[in-house]
Ligand binder design. Structure first.
Ligand code: ATP
Length: 781
């Protein structure tokens, strides 16, 4: 338990005061961070103050610094931009400006700050922290601050959260806003693709990223683009010819829509800017046909509602940042960041130095250093993009040639996909092989994107992918057909599962017929994409291999299930899309009742796993979540009903309770709604909503497309490795802690909770505390 956050003032202990500000360019998700900082501070016994308009508000003081209560940050989660306002402030760059800011803060008793902004804003925070004692000395000397205030606030504690759509800061894997910006970009690319296909036109799309090509790269992979040009990885000399050749070959392969992404700060090897307009002119001149069109996406990328990730991730970070500044001791300022969904703390000076190093290297033309500083995922993503975009005509004879650094448009992209050992391109070129792919389990958005990535990445090694059309029954009796490189082009954003998916587990007695299918179609390996049904079917095949020699082949399971209930991976393909669908629905529900006093009881899918209701509760600001992992008891319901009634008796107008569909056999959504209705009397009304199958549909989110691509490459690398080693057997691929992992199938039942079909270890369960402190009203009492 955390004790009340107290600062020792000269007149004894009093609540610690935390200032919070958003500065620099705005980004979606800043509000979620603000809300979490405020509520965590209050929950831990401190007091929270808004500093409006960024550093300008700190310098101006007065009404720009205002105390915030719990309800002041209600209803902000779904809003884009920042409710605190932001600005760029030239005065704060000077010591005089920072002295004014220090005076305004210390006179309000604020000596802890959470700053949300880009690297500039965080540099400012570190400056202020370092100078704080001497600034206060000056203020005491000039009589602007009392000696008493000086003594009570000897140091400033600072935590920084990176709010920036560019994802250009060290100390965090994802910046607040980058995921939402990707949502905007992908929606635009999906739209452009259909018009481009109609006219056989080429679109050049400029995305934000002055120094960092991360957004451009991710958008190119997730948006199904055909090439990308980025600042820190310029293409080889003569890239214009390379680009034209690639697009011509793509068109010859049958693509009707071609898209080239250009980051706003893209340069060539000599550091000369590569502008989207120039790329457009080049392609119009050299490609012929209907020519090309240039679209500059501009500020729409910053706009609009935050994605589900940009609500729960900043909530997690805001919670950690408030805890950090409420601690004691003279610590350096930290960047509170995220890596593989876990909070990380990096000393701010170290993070700033890392950013400077990348910029300096890029400016000096030392692109290898710049790229290396971006980390592994940048390299992996570059390699993935080159693999996915290289049309068969440029690959040479089957299995003979792979794209190389010299032919890559993303400079230095070593190809060869992403194996558990890393995308180092050292894999031997496999002989032409045939890999069968099928789905099993409930449909999950992104299944098509998995198949697309399998087909495209396999083509680079000369391997053909054969689709088993109709899930497990088709594995028994067909149909089975080869999938074409161009055919799967638009599968990147296609909802549903083109190959079909059923909740059928293979029966042991059908294994012999599967062996016949495998032999007939000369399959060297199988990839089963889907949920627990896929995994159990693979286990059946594995067990039958002793009896049927044709089944002695590598069988790889790839997690795709909206419930996120699979072992061997932190996340499965489709869960992020389902979460976004739920959160959008909850936004609509909330707005439907803006004039009423209403409690909503909403049932989500998720089955035995509480991931979907839990994360939806975090992202939508639910007051309560009921998970299958926790027992619902009559005592708990009585307490919740009491707190709900108390809240509505005050000025509360809404209460959102989310229930996973398998949370309790007896306390159904209907029972919960009736209990709350009965207890509420005339104070509020209750509505229940079962969201149902909309959660399995929809266009996959950028994250699910990227995850689909990464996991497909892990699966292929594992197939290659096993074939090269002459090793058969079944395994599960996944990502744990951001690393690709392979788990033998015999771990399946060990890693599953035997009473419930869900993994024994679920990383996200730790977030319950965060939700209770930030969302649950009980925590405040
Ligand atoms: P974005 O990534 O969206 O550009 P940013 O935070 O990097 O956001 P900047 O314009 O660089 O945006 O910085 C925002 C504000 O932070 C500046 O207007 C200034 O007030 C302050 N600031 C930036 N750099 C420094 C610095 N080196 N020292 C003091 N203050 C700074």
């Amino acid at each position: 338990p955390v004790g009340p956050a107290r600062a020792s003032g000269a007149d004894g202990p009093r609540p610690a005061r935390v200032g919070i500000l958003t500065s620099g360019g705005d980004s979606q998700g800043m509000n979620a961070a603000v809300r979490a900082v405020v509520r965590t501070t209050l929950t831990l016994g401190g007091e929270a103050f808004a500093v409006h308009e960024g550093w300008a508000g700190a310098v101006a003081g007065g009404a720009q610094i205002r105390q915030l209560g719990w309800d002041d940050v209600a209803g902000v989660l779904h809003r884009g931009g920042t409710v605190l306002g932001t600005a760029r402030c030239a005065e704060f760059r000077d010591r005089a400006g920072r002295r004014a800011a220090a005076g305004n803060l210390v006179r309000r008793g604020i000596d802890r700050l959470v700053v949300i902004g880009g690297d500039g804003s965080l540099r400012g925070a570190e400056e202020l922290r370092r100078e704080w004692p001497t600034l206060l000395d000056e203020l005491v000397a000039s009589g602007e601050v009392s000696g008493h205030d000086r003594l009570s606030h000897p140091r400033l504690r600072v935590a920084g959260l990176v709010g920036s759509i560019d994802n250009d800061m060290a100390g965090t894997e994802m910046t607040i806003g980058a995921d939402s910006a990707l949502h905007r970009i992908c929606a635009a690319l999906d739209g452009l693709r259909s018009t481009a296909a109609s006219h056989q036109r080429t679109f050049v799309v400029e995305v934000m990223g002055r120094h960092c090509g991360y957004l451009a790269l991710m958008a190119a992979v997730a948006g199904g683009a055909d090439a990308a040009l980025v600042p820190e990885a310029p293409p080889a000399e003569g890239w214009q010819d390379l680009l034209v050749r690639r697009l011509q070959a793509s068109r010859a392969a049958g693509l009707r829509d071609l898209i080239v992404i250009v980051a706003e700060g893209a340069v060539d090897r000599l550091g000369r800017p590569v502008r989207s307009a120039d790329v457009g002119t080049l392609l119009t001149e050299r490609l012929g046909g209907e020519g090309s069109r240039v679209t500059v996406l501009g500020h729409v990328q910053r706009g609009g509602r935050p994605s589900a990730y940009d609500r729960w991730m900043p909530t997690l970070l805001g919670h950690a940042a408030a805890q950090e500044v409420l601690g004691d001791g003279d610590l350096p300022a930290v960047v509170v960041g995220v890596r593989s969904n876990r909070v990380t703390l990096t000393p701010l000076p170290e993070a700033v130095r890392a950013v400077d190093a990348v910029r300096e290297a890029a400016e000096k033309g030392d692109f290898d250093v710049a790229r290396a500083a971006r980390g592994r995922s940048f390299a992996t993503l570059s390699a993935s993009l080159e693999d996915l975009c290289t049309p068969p005509g440029l690959l040479g004879a089957v299995g003979e040639e792979r794209p190389t650094a010299a032919t890559a448009l993303v400079g230095g992209a070593s190809t060869g996909g992403q194996g558990p050992g890393g995308g180092d391109g050292a894999q031997p070129v496999p002989r032409a092989r045939r890999v069968g792919v099928l789905h099993a389990g409930g449909p999950a958005p992104g299944m098509n994107a998995v198949v697309r990535a399998l087909v495209r990445s396999a083509a680079v090694g000369g391997t053909r992918v054969v689709g088993v059309v109709g899930s497990v029954p088709a594995l028994v009796s067909g149909p089975v057909r080869e999938l074409g490189w161009a055919e799967v082009d638009d599968w990147i954003d296609l909802p549903g599962a083109e190959l079909g998916s059923r909740r059928t587990v293979l029966r042991a007695e059908d294994a012999g017929r599967v062996a016949a299918t495998v032999a007939e179609h000369r399959l060297d390996a199988l990839v089963l994409v889907g949920g627990i049904e896929a995994y159990r079917s693979a286990a059946v095949l594995d067990a039958a291999a002793a009896q049927h020699p044709a089944l002695r082949l590598p069988t790889v399971c790839l997690p795709a299930a909206i419930d996120n209930n699979l072992p061997g991976t932190d996340l499965s393909v489709g869960a992020d899309t389902a979460l976004n669908t739920v959160v959008e629905a909850l936004d609509r529900l909330r707005s439907s009742a803006s004039a009423a006093r209403r409690c909503f009881v909403v049932e989500t899918m998720g089955g035995p796993c509480g991931y979907l209701p839990m994360m939806a509760g975090m992202a939508a600001g639910a007051e309560r979540v009921y998970l299958p992992e926790d027992r619902i008891t009559i005592h708990r319901l009585a307490r919740d009903a009491g707190q709900m009634t108390e809240a509505f008796a005050g000025d509360r107008t809404q209460w959102l309770a989310i229930r996973g569909d398998q949370s309790s056999a007896s306390y159904t959504a209907d029972v919960l709604a009736r209990i709350f209705e009965q207890e509420g009397g005339d104070l509020f009304d209750v509505r229940q909503t079962v969201l149902g199958h909309v959660q399995q549909g929809g266009v996959p989110t950028p994250f699910d497309r990227l995850l689909a691509t990464r996991l497909a490459q892990v699966a292929l690398a594992e197939v290659d490795r096993r074939l090269a080693a002459g090793q058969s057997g079944a395994c599960l691929v996944g990502e744990v802690g951001g690393r690709p992992t392979v788990t033998p199938i015999d771990r399946l039942e060990v890693e599953l909770d035997d009473r419930a079909d869900r993994p024994r270890r679920q990383w996200w369960l730790e977030l319950r505390t965060v939700h209770e402190r930030v969302g649950g009203r009980a925590a405040r009492a």
